[in-house]
Design a protein around this ligand. Structure first.
Ligand code: GLC
Length: 688
């Protein structure tokens, strides 16, 4: 039975507006249970006392540690599966760890758009495309909450870079916000997340934590969110203003904010009625957590198996010259520290410590191959920095590499390179890594590079020197087994990129507008700095495709060991702006494989400038050798609409649209054209 507000004193109610400590809510003098709020998107990160037996040994610093948990792929990897069912599974697995550790709300998923390739938290986010990000986040939330654990959709909103995230003002025009930065939240809200977390930054000059337009008018009234809004940790600047903007909970505990609230109440600036409205949201959240039917659904082994399964489908085969993969050679060499100690995730609040013991990749590959496969070993093969600087080590390595038929190099970014709170200054691998790749490629051109990174990499210096490139992502604790299964052909790779890989950072439109160092220095004085979204809606492939800019690998790209034929495109009109797009996909190879078919819409002639194409549907299918399947995807009003700022609404202009079906944004296999001819009364109503 939900506690009646009238049983609480005003002081108790004000206290409930602020966390009890870092990870828990207040109890109103014990009248309420305290809720536990824990990260994160790649698994449970629960800070515990260093003496807690659950504390992972490697996590212990001073008096604290982090409880071991199942390390799932980061959301950037999960999204590369393009498989909402796996997003649901991922959420359920993390929820199991939460239930066992009594965590009530998981502070995930983050759906911020990957606006710039350098954002330090891109590994934690899903995509540069809002449609894909929304669909995957919605399934993840459904997965977590199906087990009775709450989620926190974050960070609302326009939190797209890490530098000065506590001060930045993200400055974007209304149409850009509506078409690019809100839709992933809008779609994810269909899963009814129990909470939303506001961002650190300002949104067009007002802190997200006290931005009434975004929290109340847009999030609550327009998008219909009726749960609890919490601040990001330390994101509240003025608690009374935040309360009036309908922020419900300031995290973590802050005596300053409590004092501000009490004084504002005593001054009559905030009323008991306003306080009650906010406290009510916490009471409702407590009820949800208390009444939830929490059942652990999988054993630890089953959770690990799920991590492997998801990592398998997250692996993206970027390049595979002369069908280098799957491995057929008999004399192999595996090099690189990540073959034994893979990067599981980026640094910061999402980092998960797993108790899983990693088997070296070569052993796992060996298990999948016939006995007569020989692995050439080398002393320096796994040192953390097989660097050019230690020439003698490298030369010995190269000599050994020359003996192998093919060489597998496991390389990537660790959790200090891709980390919350910091943006990358380059999207290249380290110089040592690049030199290592080029040197090894000279010794053995049949070099297979396995990338363990959570975001786009500029590999233009070495891409053409190697035979194959596999993007393993930050694939969690199952990544080594998943790689062994994919590299040996036990599983055909089916992952596809969810962010464009540009030829170089300078090709990205946001790079030119990044606040300059001088501006940053000045802004520190003014305690804020504007990050201008001057590229507008032209983010990621929306920019590269519209400007015909070459990319290293396009959005939606990912090779398979199988080949697929797309035939029989039909477009059925079911209404003014409702269409069903159908086609047949055939697996023309002799191996079972999965394919993700992507559906893009292109407005041929429009009053406003629109992207060359936009993703408006996708479907992942599993095909046996020679099998054909028909798939259908639906398009509706929003599939064709742009946001018309003068109308303050979505608007479909009459005219022709191309319907593009492809294996990536730049591998369009089938194309159709439809005409929309809305009668005058349906075109648009005069602005409300
Ligand atoms: C961090 C992150 C947020 C996280 C929270 C709690 O600063 O921005 O994503 O959930 O604080 O760790």
């Amino acid at each position: 039975m939900k506690l009646d507000l009238s049983t609480l004193t005003i002081d108790e109610k004000i206290a409930l507006l602020v966390g009890r400590d870092v990870w828990h809510t207040e109890t109103a003098s014990g009248k309420l249970p305290s809720l536990t709020l824990n990260d994160g998107p790649s698994g449970l990160r629960q800070v515990v006392d260093k003496n807690d037996p659950a504390a992972h040994p490697k996590s212990i610093k001073q008096d604290r540690g982090t409880a071991s948990a199942t390390a799932m792929p980061t959301l950037s990897a999960l999204s590369c599966t393009w498989n909402p069912e796996l997003a649901f599974l991922d959420g359920q697995v993390i929820a199991d760890d939460c239930i066992e550790r009594n965590a009530d709300v998981l502070l995930a998923p983050g759906v911020n758009i990957k606006r710039t390739p350098v954002c330090g938290r891109n590994f934690e986010y899903l995509s540069e495309d809002p449609y894909l990000a929304g669909e995957m986040a919605k399934s993840f939330i459904n997965g977590v909450q199906s087990s009775g654990v709450g989620t926190s959709l974050k960070h609302f909103c326009l939190n797209n870079i890490e530098v000065d995230r506590l001060f930045n003002s993200s400055e974007a025009d209304e149409r850009t916000v509506r078409e690019i930065y809100l839709p992933a939240f809008e779609k994810a809200l269909e899963a009814k997340p129990w909470t939303v977390m506001c961002a650190y930054n300002q949104i067009n000059g007002i802190w997200a934590s006290e931005n009434r337009k975004y929290l109340k008018s847009i999030l609550r009234e327009e998008l219909g969110f009726d749960g609890l809004i919490m601040s990001d940790w330390g994101a509240t600047h003025d608690a009374p203003r935040a309360l009036k903007a309908t922020l419900d909970l300031t995290m973590p505990h802050s005596s300053r904010h409590l004092k501000e609230l009490r004084e504002a109440y005593n001054r009559g600036e905030i009323t008991e009625g306003e306080i009650d409205e906010r406290v009510e949201k916490l009471l409702e959240l407590i009820e949800k957590c208390k009444n939830a039917d929490k059942k652990v659904k999988r054993t630890k082994e089953e959770r690990h198996a799920a991590a492997v399964k998801i990592a398998e489908e997250a692996i993206v085969l970027l390049k595979n010259d002369n069908n280098t993969l799957p491995i057929r050679d008999k004399r192999l060499m595996v090099i690189g520290e990540m073959a034994r100690n893979p990067s599981l995730g980026g640094g910061g609040s999402s980092f998960v410590y797993t108790a899983h013991n990693f088997e070296p990749l070569e052993n796992l590959i060996k298990q999948n191959l016939c006995e007569d496969t020989e692995f050439i070993s080398a002393t320096d093969a796994y040192s953390p920095e097989v660097s050019v600087s230690r020439y003698n080590g490298l030369s010995a390595l190269c000599y050994r590499a020359m003996e192998a038929e093919s060489v597998i190099l496991c390389i990537g970014n660790n959790d200090l390179v891709e980390i919350e709170g910091v943006d990358r200054s380059t999207i290249k691998l380290s110089q040592n890594h690049e030199k290592l790749i080029l040197t090894l490629a000279k010794a053995n051109p049949k070099l297979i590079v396995i990338l363990y990174t959570g975001s786009a990499i500029d590999m233009s210096v070495w891409k053409d020197s190697v035979a194959a490139i596999v993007q393993a992502g930050f694939g969690g604790e199952g990544i080594s087994e998943a790689l062994a299964n994919v590299l040996t052909g036990k599983v055909s790779p089916s992952g596809k990129l969810t962010e464009s890989y540009p030829m170089c950072l300078e090709d990205n439109p946001t790079v030119a507008t990044r606040p300059s160092v001088i501006c940053k220095a000045l802004s520190k004085l003014q305690n804020s700095s504007a990050d201008k979204y001057t590229e507008g809606v032209f983010v990621g492939y929306r920019y590269y495709d519209t400007t015909d800019t070459d990319v290293l690998f396009p959005f939606g790209h990912g090779l398979s060991y199988a080949d697929f034929r797309y035939t029989g495109l039909t477009i059925l009109q079911n209404g003014d702006t409702d269409f069903t797009v159908s086609l047949t996909v055939t697996n023309t190879s002799d191996i079972p494989a999965k394919e993700t078919v992507q559906l893009y819409v292109s407005d041929i002639i429009s009053t406003v400038e629109r992207p060359d194409k936009e993703l408006k549907g996708f479907a992942k299918i599993d095909l046996a050798p020679g099998e054909s399947k028909q798939i259908s995807m639906n398009l509706d009003y929003r599939s064709f609409a742009f946001y018309n700022v003068s109308l303050g609404d979505w608007h479909v202009e009459n005219g022709d649209f191309d319907i593009l079906v492809g294996a990536s944004s730049r591998d369009i296999r089938l194309k159709g054209r439809i005409r929309i001819a809305l009668p005058r009364e349906k075109q648009y109503t005069v602005a409300k």
